[in-house]
Design a protein around this ligand. Structure first.
Ligand SMILES: [Ca+2]
Length: 223
């Protein structure tokens, strides 16, 4: 419990500070289908539906810190193009272990590509629906690059650049359903990256079940 609270306090402080340093141009579009209307099609008003043949389809995923929940799928479910068919389907989602404060994983795209969009999808009937994470990117080219930085490592000093902070929670707290997030830049490119790092946090600490059911992550290369 102590560790979890510490992590939460750290998260709040970190998110607050990042508000001043995040890349000003990056835009985060969030879409939400409430429980009553969410379907396996993952169709949203403003966020594109998940893709099977995006740049993440052949990416390698590496768990850096945290424990995957044994009731869920492994990280590869995030890039396999397959989607959950119902709102509470642990085996079709990746989520961090119950009672833990989240974790981080790295995605290796295999080579440096210019990224137009990073889109993330989740689905759960209540508090495991929303998404809270920080997204970092790296081209892996700097001499100080650390491909698997633990949470006590200074990412900016390890060759990583903060792309943005995502938090889809609503103030009302009624957060079940399906979420789609699309991270873009009005200039058409988020930058040139080979590696992405997802630093994930719990959506709440009122019980042990605040880790998001992540269904899919797409990376769209700039054409
Ligand atoms: Ca995909």
């Amino acid at each position: 419990m102590q560790t979890k609270l510490f992590h939460l306090a750290y998260t709040i402080a970190a998110l607050f500070m990042l508000g001043f340093t995040a890349h000003a141009q990056v835009s985060v579009t969030t879409d939400h289908n409430p429980n009553a209307t969410a379907t396996r099609a993952f169709k949203f008003k403003n966020v594109p539906s998940p893709s099977r043949d995006d740049a993440a389809a052949k990416a390698k995923l590496l768990l850096i810190e945290g424990e995957a929940d044994a009731n869920g799928a492994d990280l590869n479910v995030l890039t396999d193009g397959a989607l959950p068919s119902e709102e509470d389907q642990p085996a079709a989602n990746f989520f961090w272990n119950a009672g833990t404060g989240g974790g981080r994983f790295q995605m290796d795209l295999g080579s440096i590509i210019e990224i137009a969009q990073v889109n993330t999808y989740s689905w759960h009937p209540n508090t495991r629906g929303p998404q809270v994470y920080r997204l970092w990117g790296s081209d892996g080219a700097s001499s100080n690059f650390n491909p698997a930085p633990k949470t006590n490592v200074d990412l900016a000093a390890s060759g990583w650049k903060l792309i943005t902070v995502v938090d889809t929670r609503s103030k009302e707290g009624d957060d079940g359903g399906q979420f789609g997030v699309s991270i873009t830049d009005p200039r058409g490119s988020l930058g040139k990256f080979r590696y992405l790092l997802f630093d994930c946090y719990v959506t709440e600490t009122a019980d042990e079940f605040g880790n998001t059911f992540y269904s899919e992550i797409d990376v769209i290369a700039k054409r």
